[in-house]
Design a protein around this ligand. Structure first.
Ligand code: NAP
Length: 507
């Protein structure tokens, strides 16, 4: 089964899109250290390519400077120095900086979205949505910057008063993935700036250009030098180790895979840093027999196939009650056929782009082959689309999935959707929770008692009930189990970048 396509091998010339940005200064390829744009001091660069046209020549977007260990240490030193004065700035001052940055992102949204499409592959409308979502964290944290409070606490004696205040923790090491090149950074940067911290950011090597564009905009917004340092690196392991082991860095905030999270936790133990980890998921998406099926179909498409299945909160396993399984699967497949178009994200009408690279493609193929080998039926898609480019794969739906398949255990992070049948609520809760990770979960039901029961029983940090879209700045975002700890966005987002100091006042 082949999805509709709008073009064949008519690749977007990535460098010409870059040359035609309305604001050419957004395209930066050097590192940003202490307010200065710098070349790699050991002359190492790496290519950033468009996954939609890879490996065609038109895929080349730019050569980015890879920062050396010395440059990482120098950025940490400058963040440490900048912290001495930035921690004394007022909430109002930090709020103004964040609000400026919010407006600058919105003013440059078209260019930023194009950069995201080029380096990540997601379609333009999704990228524009990401820019707005990413900017919303600056607006959100601009408000929170002015409202951080402490407590006055009664002592057990009348001769003392206890006060607690929240102080910025210090220099933060920030590491982010490629799937939301803007939002994964703003969710952390907005929070650490609101708290009064400074930071050294290592963006994903697939998508450093969006991060560097944000670096340019924060300068325009008036941030003091050293508060935001952005250091692309082609050696993630080296950069991670440097950030985790440097005693001047007081906090690590990482979004990425569970395996890398475990490594960073080990590396951070020598200096006992405060950690926030947003790691991988394996989200269950349950459709009960009393659900509104059409609405569940829409929610499942949004949740499973957004960014071609490459979001951490994507549904990974769909559990459908046996009494509605046939109706749901038919409607799901027909709506996907009618509404989705695979292709280059800058072409109009395209709704779904490529996977990010060959490693993702390999995992997608492995999950499909393993599942079909164990009896899954291909209801939609099932094949790579080499005619579109090496990284394209059809949106794929697999029926009759079973728990012995790899896709039950592992996050696919790609456009493959397995449908599992279930009979009872107890059974589906056991299956949904039968995983080491717990980031997001979803279910559809109209029964109010069940809604509370199931929402409380699902072992995840975030639950979507009768909706497949949960992310926004006000949501406490984060997981439990091996999906990590800490919460981003929301009223809790700033707290992760603060420490509580208690003062006891004798009176
Ligand atoms: P990844 O391999 O863990 O990469 C994420 C970041 O870590 C990148 O900047 C990467 O750098 C860096 N990295 C890789 N190896 C490292 C090492 N040894 N030491 C230090 N840093 C290292 O994850 P991914 O496959 O790119 O991203 C997908 C994963 O992220 C999925 O599991 C997804 O669920 C998770 N995710 C979670 C959330 C959440 O909020 N919970 C959000 C988005 C994604 P390079 O790019 O330079 O290799």
């Amino acid at each position: 089964m082949v999805l509709r396509t709008v073009f064949k091998r008519s690749y977007t010339d990535s460098s010409s899109v870059i040359r035609n940005l309305k604001n050419p200064k957004l395209f930066q390829t050097q590192g940003l250290i202490n307010g200065n744009w710098v070349d790699s001091d050991n002359a190492v660069t790496f290519d950033v390519s468009n996954p939609a046209s890879y490996p065609n020549d038109a895929s080349f977007i730019g050569k980015v400077h890879s920062m050396s260990p010395q440059q990482y240490n120098s950025a940490i030193d400058s963040a440490h120095e900048a912290f001495k004065s930035f921690k004394k700035s007022t909430g109002d001052e930090r709020s103004e900086l964040l609000r400026n940055l919010y407006h600058l992102m919105m003013d440059n949204q078209d260019d930023l979205a194009k950069i995201i499409v080029l380096e990540n592959g997601k379609p333009y409308n999704d990228a524009l949505g990401e820019v707005k979502y990413a900017a919303s964290f600056f607006k959100w944290f601009a408000d929170l910057a002015t409202t951080t409070t402490g407590n006055v606490i009664n002592s057990s004696t009348n001769s003392k008063k206890i006060l607690s205040i929240k102080q910025p923790i210090g220099v933060c090491g920030i590491m982010t993935p490629w799937n939301f090149p803007a939002a994964m950074i703003t969710r952390k940067l907005g929070a650490y700036v609101a708290a009064g911290c400074t930071g050294v950011i290592k963006p994903a090597s697939e998508t450093p250009l969006t991060a560097l564009a944000l670096g340019y905009l924060q300068q325009e917004a008036g941030f003091p030098a050293g508060v935001v340092n952005i250091l692309p690196s082609k050696n993630a392991a080296e950069a991670g180790e440097l950030l985790c082991s440097n005693p001047k860095v007081k906090k690590i905030s990482f979004t990425g895979s569970t395996n890398v999270g475990k490594l960073l936790m080990k590396q951070s133990s020598s200096t006992l840093k405060k950690l926030s980890f947003e790691l991988g998921g394996n989200a269950p998406f349950i459709v009960f027999e009393d659900a509104d099926i059409d609405s569940a179909v829409d929610g499942a498409i949004a949740s499973k196939f957004r960014s071609s299945g490459q979001t951490c909160v994507c549904a990974n396993r769909l559990f459908i009650h046996e009494s509605i399984y046939d109706e749901f699967s038919q409607k799901f497949v027909s709506k996907l056929k009618e509404t989705t178009t695979l292709g280059d994200g800058l072409q109009s009408g395209v709704t779904h782009g490529p996977v990010i690279h060959d490693r993702s493609m390999k995992k997608v193929r492995q999950h499909i082959e393993d599942a079909t080998g164990k009896g899954a039926k291909v209801l939609l898609g099932g094949n790579p689309r080499e005619d579109l480019g090496e990284n394209f794969h059809e949106l794929t739906v697999l029926g009759d999935a079973t728990t012995d398949m790899m896709i039950f255990e592992e996050e696919t992070f790609g456009p493959v959707c397995p449908l599992f049948k279930f009979k009872t609520e107890d059974e589906v809760l056991r299956l949904a929770n039968d995983t080491e990770v717990g980031l997001a979960g979803y279910f559809y039901s109209k029964d109010v008692s069940r809604i509370f029961r199931v929402a409380e029983e699902l072992e995840v940090g975030m639950v979507g009930i009768n909706t497949g879209a949960i992310s926004e700045a006000s949501l406490p975002f984060g997981g439990i189990k091996e999906s990590g700890f800490g919460r981003e966005g929301s009223i809790y987002g700033v707290e992760d970048y603060t420490v509580v100091k208690s003062m006891v006042l004798g009176i």
